[in-house]
Design a protein around this ligand. Structure first.
Ligand SMILES: [Fe+2]
Ligand SMILES: [Zn+2]
Length: 410
């Protein structure tokens, strides 16, 4: 077996650097499993930074980083996972803190994994919990929404990162002094990512319109809501640009739906559960267009955390569910609605002309108080985007989007 290792080393490190020579001495040491690695049935355990961490053989083999197993230019997987044999196992393995993990497999293949790569992908419970990002939940005591200058967000990396961090953590941000020019909200969106097109208009105009297709076109109060629950994947970012806001009243509201759901889950877990389970039909239409979807108010991710929250009192259609669910749904739905409309959670503030409000559309509800359309002009334009694209933008700007290499394949 060691001869095969040596062949491999000779082949791999023909022009060995001092670092690679050091590596060779570790790999070719006579110890097949030293104190740092223990081979078990189906997995190995390696001591990294003083902590024992286990990795399944099939997982390690699947993530081999050599040029046979990866597309070198892109790091995409070249190895077809289904070809890995059912009884894949390590025949030898060694670990050194400075060198990483070297494994020889019973299919004759050899793999190497750097310590940094192993730490990055450690899937122990503690490591996974440490990697999970927790949003900053807020209520009306937040007093003001994170605010940024338009010039900083569109013109500087730090300004754009700070704005994206606020969206990640709070799910809401306001950009001040956005030029009050028709279509400016779309130009702003395109400096960050991609517009998500939906039915109706690419850029939605919200102003008083007695013939408008939506309650937003009236001067009525708009209770906190998320837009377009009538898509199975509603837009996950909404940008609302106040070109002019000189009417009396019409204060904006923002409400952290995830904060309310955390409280509801703690105080009334049965109500929370019903709202994850009972589907609602949602619809928004005009003379020429229609949107419709059926989904519960709350959808959870695989960790049981709220992923998608939809709430739009005005767009919910007659409930169409088994008889026994109707009363319990309405009890939970009204409990939630009273929380949503309470002063405890709702932040009320007057947006100024030039303010551009951004909300995470699966988390933060927006609304407005009633206003007097005769008292002054009020016109806003909004477009949608996707939270995924915003966070991708954040990773690219921060220089963190490319994977850590498990080994040097140059
Ligand atoms: Fe809306
Ligand atoms: Zn490989």
């Amino acid at each position: 077996m060691l001869n095969r290792w040596e062949d491999y080393i000779q082949h791999r490190f023909l022009d060995a650097t001092p670092r690679q020579e050091a590596l060779m001495s570790v790999i070719t040491s006579p110890r097949s499993t030293g104190p740092y690695v223990a081979l078990a049935d189906g997995y190995l355990t390696v001591s990294i930074d003083g902590t024992d961490t286990s990795f399944h053989y099939v997982w390690l083999r699947d993530n081999c980083w050599c040029s046979e197993c990866k597309v070198a230019q892109s790091t995409e997987r070249r190895l077809f996972t289904a070809t890995i044999s059912d009884d894949i196992a390590a025949t030898e393995a060694e670990y050194a803190d400075s060198q990483g993990l070297r494994v020889e497999w019973n299919d004759g293949h050899r793999s190497a994994y750097s310590p940094q790569w192993l730490r990055t992908h450690d899937y122990s419970h503690a490591a996974r919990a440490g990697r999970r990002h927790s949003p900053t939940l807020w209520d009306a005591s937040l007093t003001h929404v994170p605010r940024f200058e338009h010039g900083d967000v569109v013109g500087t990396t730090e300004g754009q990162l700070a704005y994206l961090d606020a969206l990640r953590d709070y799910g809401v941000a306001v950009v001040s002094n956005t030029p009050s020019i028709d279509g400016e909200v779309e130009r702003f969106a395109e400096t960050l990512g991609h517009v998500r097109e939906t039915a109706f208009e690419r850029i939605h105009n919200v102003r008083h319109d007695p013939a408008g297709y939506n309650v937003a076109h009236t001067p009525l109060e708009l209770k906190p809501h998320t837009d377009l629950p009538s898509y199975h994947w509603p837009p996950s970012i909404q940008l609302l640009h106040f070109l002019v806001n000189e009417a009396d009243g019409g204060e904006s509201t923002v409400t952290d739906g995830w904060a309310i759901l955390a409280d509801l889950r703690r105080d009334d877990p049965q109500a929370f559960d019903i709202l994850t389970r009972v589907p609602v039909r949602w619809q928004l239409f005009s003379d020429d267009e229609d949107t419709g979807a059926t989904a519960p108010l709350i959808q959870l991710d695989t960790d049981g955390q709220v992923q998608t929250f939809r709430y739009s009192n005005q767009l919910a259609q007659p409930l169409d569910v088994p008889f026994d669910d109707v009363q319990r749904f309405y009890d939970a739905y009204r409990t939630l609605g009273r929380m949503i409309d309470s002063d405890r959670y709702k932040l009320v503030f007057k947006t100024r002309s030039g303010d551009l409000l951004t909300v995470h559309g699966h988390r933060v509800m927006h609304g407005r108080l009633t206003y007097d359309p005769a008292s002054g002009a009020r016109h806003l334009q909004d477009v949608y985007m996707e939270f995924d694209d915003m966070m991708a933008r954040r990773r690219v700007l921060a220089g963190t989007h490319k994977p850590v290499a498990a080994q040097d394949v140059s």
